[in-house]
Design a protein around this ligand. Structure first.
Ligand code: BG6
Length: 490
């Protein structure tokens, strides 16, 4: 394994920090996302959208019970002890995001909030003391609510400028402590869940084609991201900037070439998002697609030059599961994946949330992305959401999570050894447990460290190390020489 390989964990501010209205923090869109367990497939649409009525209800109600992202897991106050536990597990990298609303509570404030800046000063310094490299996402499913109500969020170019301003503030402040930046989490996700990704509320655009609105906001995100990349490369050349996409592996339902074609097309649609950031231009197939669906967004010569000149240094991605697809899905069993659905794969087991567990899919994604871009890859999310139980003598026996991690890490190592890829690191999703992004559930747990808190926000927030914590700790203690036996089945 590469000597400087980054082994660690990943989180986002809105899912762990809590303290939603402390120390000058403004209300964010994540603070408005309600508990929504979406146990059946038809609920998926609701998971991915937001209405003005729901938003108004959230603004009026100041409780944290139904709006779990408001309390998170109290990382805001408990980061010193959480980081201590993570350092003991030998992690050397930790992906966090900076909450825009802690720095500019309304988004359009003229001056940043000092207390917010000081919080991240302290967080990054503590990480440095433990020898933990921060990987920082600048926009991870949150933005000031004020920018939604006043400007219609990322649809308005002004908001993109405010985001660039926020980003420059934190980049200037923390450049000595942070070397790796990811401007936008899963930049493709705007087409699937436009509210949490970009603050777009469909009923606020009654006279417009909402698809057009989404693509305009998407373009604004790409432009802001390129401006941030330019700023970092010019002022802090030692720092690195990553593009980031959601990677759900898509297989043909069977060997019917029409199904293979459909799978190829679906994967390509996903890669088109990283194409823009890694290759520096909108691919023709995407421009043609936009035309076909009646989307017409102005992409100026200046925009094109900006995208071309400011490409990403590394290609980051999340990977959880895979689905199948077919040109005709009539009568086929449908299953869930990361805020999407697909045809069920009879060869794979599934998580309690119906996401199909597919370690080999990770290896295929690594090959696909490396062959496509020839740039360093970075697995910045991979993990299992599961219902864990705390035993009466304070254990969490999450063998299923150990199996998930072991199988995925094994495929990653096989890929490193055999596929000629360049991989910077592996960050599992979940340090402590945290509030689920899509469902705002606490019971969908991802962490190595159990947090005593339920879906209603009841609990002591006490941390308990899970079996998976000890397993990961031992794995990381091997450094770059992992014994093959450790990754074999028990
Ligand atoms: C990723 C997101 O797509 O999926 C994370 O970047 C999220 O924020 C993760 O938590 C898992 O999804 P969920 O909905 O199970 O929390």
């Amino acid at each position: 394994m590469p000597q400087d390989f980054m082994w660690g964990v990943a989180t986002s501010a809105n899912q762990v920090e809590g303290a939603w209205n402390e120390d000058g923090k403004g209300m964010s869109i994540a603070d408005c996302e309600r508990y929504n367990p979406h146990q059946d497939l038809n609920d998926y649409k609701r998971v991915n959208s937001m209405s003005t009525a729901e938003l108004n209800q959230a603004i009026k109600d100041h409780s944290t019970k139904k709006w779990g992202k408001r309390h998170g897991v109290d990382f805001y106050h408990r980061y010193p002890s959480d980081l201590k536990l993570l350092a003991k597990a030998h992690i050397n990298a930790f992906r966090i995001s900076i909450a825009w609303t802690r720095i500019y509570p309304n988004g359009d404030d003229s001056e940043p909030n000092q207390k917010g800046l000081e919080y991240y000063d302290s967080l990054f310094k503590t990480m440095k003391d433990y020898g933990i490299q921060p990987i920082v996402t600048l926009s991870h499913y949150e933005m000031p609510l004020n920018l939604v109500l006043k400007y219609d969020a990322w649809f308005d170019k002004k908001v993109a400028d405010y985001f660039v301003k926020f980003s420059k503030t934190v980049i200037d402040r923390y450049h000595n402590l942070v070397k790796y930046w990811i401007p936008i989490n899963e930049i493709d996700s705007i087409v699937r869940h436009p509210f949490s990704s970009a603050g777009l509320v469909e009923d606020r655009f009654p006279d417009q084609n909402f698809t057009q609105v989404i693509y305009q906001a998407m373009h604004n995100q790409f432009i802001a991201s390129a401006k941030i990349t330019a700023y970092i490369h010019k002022n802090y050349p030692e720092a690195k900037v990553g593009s980031m996409i959601t990677s759900t592996m898509v297989y043909p339902y069977n060997s019917d070439p029409r199904n293979m074609f459909k799978a190829t097309e679906t994967m390509r649609e996903n890669y088109n998002f990283s194409d823009i950031q890694v290759r520096g231009a909108y691919p023709k197939v995407l421009l043609d697609h936009m035309k076909k669906i009646g989307v017409d967004i102005p992409i100026t010569q200046e925009d094109k030059a900006l995208l071309e000149a400011n490409t990403a240094d590394f290609v980051a991605f999340s990977y959880y599961s895979s689905v199948c697809t077919a040109y005709d899905t009539t009568g086929l069993k449908i299953t869930k994946a990361n805020r999407t659905t697909g045809v069920y794969n009879k060869y794979l087991p599934e998580s309690e949330w119906g996401w199909q567990i597919d370690p080999v899919g990770l290896r295929i994604i690594l090959i696909n992305l490396f062959d496509r871009y020839q740039k360093p890859l970075f697995i910045v999310e991979n993990g299992l959401g599961a219902k864990d139980a705390l035993t009466s003598n304070n254990y969490v026996h999450d063998q299923y999570r150990i199996d998930y991690l072991r199988q995925h890490i094994k495929q990653m190592l096989l890929s490193l050894q055999n596929d000629g890829i360049d991989l910077m690191g592996y960050l599992m999703w979940g340090s402590t447990d945290m509030v689920s992004a899509s469902t705002t559930q606490m019971s969908k747990r991802y962490g190595l460290i159990y947090v005593d808190l339920d879906d209603n926000g009841n609990g002591s927030y006490t941390r308990t190390l899970k079996d998976s914590y000890y397993w990961y700790q031992k794995l990381l203690s091997f450094g770059t020489e992992i014994p093959t036996a450790y990754l074999e089945n028990d």
